[in-house]
Design a protein around this ligand. Structure first.
Ligand code: PMP
Length: 307
């Protein structure tokens, strides 16, 4: 997939190759950066792109910057304006994945709180096989980072070293992805998404104190289950072997979208086929994000409407 022509740095459009930081910047030396992954969905009929739940993502970016004590504010309205400008400059009329990154620039030490730089990228992001077909996963022997050490609730780039260890081990062991447990041994999330299971017809997902990112998609799935599929989600502790007993399971996240989990530690769920509730959820989710359903217009920010 070709890279876009432009990226955005500190609110300015720059050629793709020129979006750089110095090797001595705290973001490189110490991983002093936080980010958001957001999707833009192209609606061919309306000739418009919709940014899904942009406000929630920008609010979470502010929260992450605050917890990590970034010393200079970034105005969310400026980020939104720069993002829309960038999509237009790239003439993107397709599904995209957006990364908004805020980082500590300069040459400071571990405790430096600025200067704060920010960048935006908008890369083409077509549908993956993980979404259409599903994934076979394992429970990782690597534990999820803990709130009192590296809070998973904060979307810090450094957190993803924990996810990398688990992901790479999982791949070497022959799995598509992994599920990570908390330090207490309860189900947390995957390296880049939240997790649901369906047991006895009831959707369940680990609570927000289970060392997970407080996911926008997780919240969306809970709403879809409740409002359209007549199911209330249990937010609760989940044991590892409950996953083996589940009828269905799926990963959810802005980047992952909704991925059916077909097997866990080689235990097949629903005979190794994506389950009916997961498929129904996917249908409603994609109709909402793409604006094929008129419900929840507050969740979609149109990009091209004005032009
Ligand atoms: N957990 C982790 C570790 C993630 O990286 C992501 C992706 N941002 C998620 C969960 C899902 O979060 P969201 O639905 O807000 O994208």
């Amino acid at each position: 997939m070709a890279n876009p022509k432009y990226l955005s740095m500190n609110g300015e459009i720059v050629p793709f190759a020129e979006a750089k930081v110095h090797v001595l910047s705290p973001c490189v030396k110490y991983g002093a950066a936080v980010f958001e992954g957001i999707r833009g969905y192209w609606n061919a009929e309306r000739r418009d792109m919709y940014l899904f739940r942009l406000k929630e993502h920008l609010d979470r970016l502010q929260f992450s910057m605050g917890v990590m004590r970034f010393g200079e504010p970034i105005d969310s309205r400026k980020v939104e304006t720069a993002l829309v400008e960038l999509i237009k400059a790239n003439e993107q009329r397709e599904d995209i994945h957006i990364r908004v990154l805020a980082y500590i620039d300069g040459e400071g030490d571990m405790g430096s709180t600025g200067p704060v730089g920010w960048s935006i990228s908008t890369l083409p992001a077509p549908r993956t096989k993980a979404v259409t077909e599903g994934v076979n996963v394992a429970v990782s022997s690597w534990r999820r980072i803990n709130d009192n050490a590296m809070p998973a609730r904060v979307k810090a780039t450094a957190n993803y070293n924990n996810g990398r260890l688990a992901t790479l081990q999982g791949r070497l062991d022959g799995y598509d992805n992994v599920i990570m447990l908390t330090h207490l041994g309860r189900v947390a999330e995957s390296p880049g998404s939240c997790l649901f299971m369906v047991r006895n017809g009831v959707p369940a997902t680990p609570g927000v104190t289970s060392d997970i990112l407080e996911s926008v998609t997780r919240a969306t799935c809970i709403r879809i289950f409740s409002e359209y599929l007549g199911r209330e989600t249990e937010e609760r502790d989940i044991d590892r072997t409950e996953l083996y007993a589940a009828e269905e399971s799926f990963f959810c996240g802005s980047g992952y979208e909704i991925q059916p989990v077909l097997s866990i530690d080689r235990h097949k769920l629903n005979g190794g086929i994506a389950g009916p509730l997961t498929r129904a959820l996917q249908q409603k989710y994609f109709a909402l994000v793409r604006g094929e359903s008129d419900d929840h217009p507050e969740w979609r920010t149109p990009v091209w409407r004005a032009n």
